[in-house]
Design a protein around this ligand. Structure first.
Ligand SMILES: *Cc1c(COP(=O)(O)O)cnc(C)c1O
Length: 383
């Protein structure tokens, strides 16, 4: 019997498999108070302390399904660390702020973030099925400021309609897949009707935390607005369950390309072995590991943030072990709205005139002789 079934029988006796697999039941029965949580997990003193103090921003909520993946007796369980508040999140350290990416300064109208010329973020809702403690948008998420109302969306849609340079809309939030089918269908149809919007993308953690939401009806709605790409958010191999696999298969079978964005998190996934297992597992789910984000310097996240050196070593380790398909790009989002900057281990040992010396994964050096063709002047990107 799967651990999820045991968990259901133990903590939700009388709840049928049918109810458990209904995503709306999962949302109605979220663990969102210290009392409900303590019935399921042995809370530690730092967790209990954090839960009883008034929280400034990000609420507590976990779906029963996702809670079933957490070891109730192990305070170092990786998924637990991402979901259960602890006192560390109440301290602010050097360089931290509530809006580290300067998104608010790049918001021309409510719910739109326009940082790059050709793409916008469309914040469809502030609601999530579960709240990740390291959230970049914890200043708005879960606070009710961005309700998923068509009247509010109209402002953002008008902005996109009036800006013909926008060819790429990334629907985010909050988690847009918490919206009802009819609302999603409405929003996607409206975006699809804008001639200059070439691709529609969506960012979501739903396949990891509420895979029951990925119904055949939903897959159909999403597949109707192609080209449509989905960015999912898996952080640890424990999330790669049978249920999550079914959800990803349903999306992939509907012709939706799946890309994973993960965040490098100390005590969760910041080892080569864990990243290897996660990324190889994702490939089996037909999900391409896309970005490994250096954790943004959001207030109260210092216990999650590793050094950049750790991230570089992990990327180097992945290159040495496995297919390039399983190696994401390691990205630092520059504080203050500077945008994403790719970070890479340095494989170039030295450059001479006409030759470059590089190192391989074993540290051996090789010298490559460059050709005689020189860079054309138009190699520089036009801004
Ligand atoms: C990360 C981000 C995107 C999406 O980035 P891609 O590199 O296009 O996947 C878009 N807008 C903003 C403001 C972002 O921070």
């Amino acid at each position: 019997m799967s651990e999820t079934i045991q968990f259901r029988r133990r903590h939700f006796p009388g709840v049928s498999a049918r109810e458990w697999n209904d995503w709306k039941w999962q949302l109605r029965n979220r663990l969102d108070t210290p009392q409900r949580l303590s019935r399921i997990l042995d809370l530690t003193a730092p967790e209990r302390d954090a839960l009883t103090r008034p929280r400034r921003t990000l609420p507590l909520a976990i779906t029963p399904y996702y809670a079933s993946l957490i070891d109730p007796h192990d305070s170092t369980d990786p998924l637990r660390r991402t979901m259960i508040p602890t006192v560390s999140e109440l301290t602010r350290t050097d360089g931290e702020c509530d809006d580290p990416l300067g998104e608010d300064a790049h918001s021309p109208v409510e719910g739109i973030v326009h940082t790059y010329p050709d793409k916008v973020l469309f914040l469809a809702t502030d609601f999530c099925a579960t709240y990740c403690r390291y959230c970049t948008r914890s200043r708005v998420v879960g606070g009710g400021e961005l309700p998923p109302a068509e009247s509010r969306w109209e402002t953002g849609l008008r902005y996109i309609e009036q800006h013909a340079e926008i060819r790429d809309v990334l629907i985010s939030g909050g988690d847009p897949l918490t919206l009802a089918d009819s609302k999603l269908d409405w929003l996607l149809s409206r975006l699809r009707a804008i001639p200059h919007v070439q691709i529609i993308r969506m960012g979501t953690k739903i396949p990891a935390v509420l895979p029951q939401r990925i119904t055949p009806a939903l897959a159909k709605i999403l597949s109707r607005c192609k080209p449509f790409w989905l960015s999912v958010h898996f952080t640890h191999p424990h999330e790669l369950t049978r249920e999550a696999g079914t959800a990803c298969a349903r999306l992939a079978d509907a012709g939706i390309p799946l890309m994973n964005q993960t965040v490098l998190l100390a005590g969760v996934n910041a080892t080569i072995a864990t990243m290897l297992e996660l990324n190889q597992g994702l490939l089996r789910f037909r999900v391409k590991p896309y970005y490994l984000h250096q954790c943004d310097a959001v207030t109260g996240t210092s216990h999650f943030r590793t050094t950049i050196e750790t991230g570089l070593r992990i990327i180097d380790g992945l290159h040495g072990h496995t297919t390039g398909y399983a190696v994401p790009m390691y990205m630092l989002d520059a504080p203050g709205g500077g945008g994403k900057i790719p970070l890479s281990p340095d494989y170039i040992v030295s450059r001479q005139s006409g030759t470059v010396t590089v190192r391989n994964r074993e540290g051996k050096h090789y010298t490559y002789h460059e050709g005689t063709a020189r860079s054309p002047s138009d190699l520089a990107p036009s801004v």
